[in-house]
Ligand binder design. Structure first.
Ligand SMILES: *Cc1c(COP(=O)(O)O)cnc(C)c1O
Length: 433
């Protein structure tokens, strides 16, 4: 847009209110507050058109790792842009996709050797579900059609993914006629360090023993449940679920779209349990927060099963599959992550968040404070007033997006101790009143 066509912030906000849907929102009403405009971003900061700058405690919905406007990622994207921004992936290949796929196979849990690129996290979940269904169909067991999962999960907003989200959070009743009915187990009791509850393990064993004939796969977020409740559970549950999957012929789909690339303290959350899933979904931080890219990885067993079956091909192929610009940026981001001592960075963030949020443990309105890796969660006793809290946080130089009772941060890995302290102080000041 040329300068003489530039719009004032007020004009932008007015048109935004008039025409644009934002995520999980009502269309704006006249009296709705105008949304902050982000002009640019640098490092951990969002620069607002109002002149304020705020620390992005959300890492742009958990996908930004190395900071905004990073020279290495910018250079990778620009170099690829000058070669080609996009080319179809049907019947053609290119270096960014090949190198990224090889790297993902190398760093993900053992046995995940086949990579399917998709264009968003939700689509990678759809792909994972289709892989599981097609696998059992190929093996002559088409009755294995349903999924099993745990409550409080979140796997995306498309229909297949939504059907495996928490039925209440996911508002399943609105769509019930069009949603496949899956099996929902209670979520594992909370607490990363808590010893597993044997009664819970017995219950899930009994349930699976009874229903496994019709179940294709167990889908879950390993160790950290994100948008469905910001819950952490012991890796021992994941280990046992893996045992049950093997014993009862269920595939295990690990949705690491939120946890992948270090967020929980391990490069992938499955590593806390030392297990490999049959199918793995990656997204969000895959491209370092630069653009939309996701991937579904599976084992040889799944891939061969599908390809030896009736369809002989896997029935999926997004137009923008393996977009070169996104793959080149993702490759640069992941290499940059691996070159750093990311594990110490995460441990330090975990320490800073634990110390910084500790004062809230005794605050009257706070139900729970929990920290794992670079994730800090404050669970309030009541739903928070999101708009009021957000403007109080912006005054303190911090951007967060709470939902329901949950006020949480997933700071960028490059956050300094001062930035983390500012983030925590803002949360403490606004939430202890
Ligand atoms: C965000 C998320 C998704 C959906 O990814 P989109 O890119 O928003 O479609 C799926 N699963 C988990 C665990 C997520 O956190």
């Amino acid at each position: 847009m040329s300068d003489n066509m530039a719009m004032s912030p007020e004009q932008l906000q007015a048109i935004d209110k008039q025409h644009i849907w934002h995520p999980y929102s009502q269309v704006a009403q006249d009296q709705s507050p105008a949304l902050p405009i982000v002009d640019s971003a640098q490092g951990v900061y969002l620069k607002l058109a109002s002149g304020e700058q705020v620390i992005d405690g959300m890492s742009s919905w958990w996908c930004m790792l190395h900071g905004y406007n990073h020279p290495v990622l910018n250079a990778a994207a620009k170099a690829q842009l000058d070669k080609m921004s996009h080319v179809m992936f049907g019947g053609l290949t290119h270096e960014p996709a090949v190198r990224l796929a090889k790297l993902l196979v190398d760093i993900t849990p053992a046995g995940l050797d086949k990579v399917f690129f998709a264009d968003s996290g939700s689509v990678s979940v759809e792909v994972a579900i289709k892989m599981a269904l097609q696998y059992w169909h190929s093996l002559g067991r088409p009755e294995k059609q349903r999924l099993i999962t745990i409550k409080n999960g979140y796997h995306g907003d498309t229909f297949g993914a939504m059907a495996s989200c928490d039925p209440v959070n996911g508002m399943h009743h609105l769509f019930s006629a069009n949603l496949p009915q899956h099996h929902f187990l209670e979520a594992p009791p909370m607490g990363f360090d808590k010893p597993p509850c044997s009664a819970y393990l017995q219950d899930i064993r009994d349930y699976i023993a009874k229903h496994h004939h019709e179940i294709a796969a167990f889908i879950l977020e390993p160790v950290v449940q994100g948008a469905g409740g910001m819950r952490f559970y012991s890796p021992a549950y994941l280990q046992e679920i893996k045992v049950l999957c093997d014993e009862f012929d269920l595939l295990l789909i690990a949705d690491e779209i939120a946890t992948g690339f270090g967020r929980s303290g391990k490069l992938f959350a499955c590593e806390h349990a030392g297990i490999s899933p049959d199918i793995l979904c990656l997204g969000k931080a895959l491209s370092g927060g630069y653009m939309t890219l996701a991937a579904t990885l599976c084992s040889e067993k799944i891939a061969n099963g599908i390809c030896n079956g009736e369809a002989s091909v896997f029935m999926h192929g997004p137009t923008f599959m393996a977009n070169p610009l996104a793959c080149a940026t993702a490759l640069a981001s992941t290499e940059l992550l691996l070159q750093q001592d990311w594990a110490s960075q995460i441990t330090n963030i975990e320490t800073q968040l634990s110390i910084g949020l500790a004062p809230l443990r005794n605050a009257p309105d706070v139900a729970d404070v929990r920290v794992l890796g670079a994730i800090g969660v404050v669970e309030m006793k009541q739903d928070v007033d999101k708009e009021a809290l957000q403007s109080a946080l912006i005054e303190r130089g911090v951007w967060l997006r709470p939902f329901g009772k949950l006020v949480y941060t997933m700071p960028p890995f490059v956050s300094t101790n001062e930035e983390l302290q500012q983030l925590c102080s803002a949360m403490v000041e606004t939430l202890s009143q």
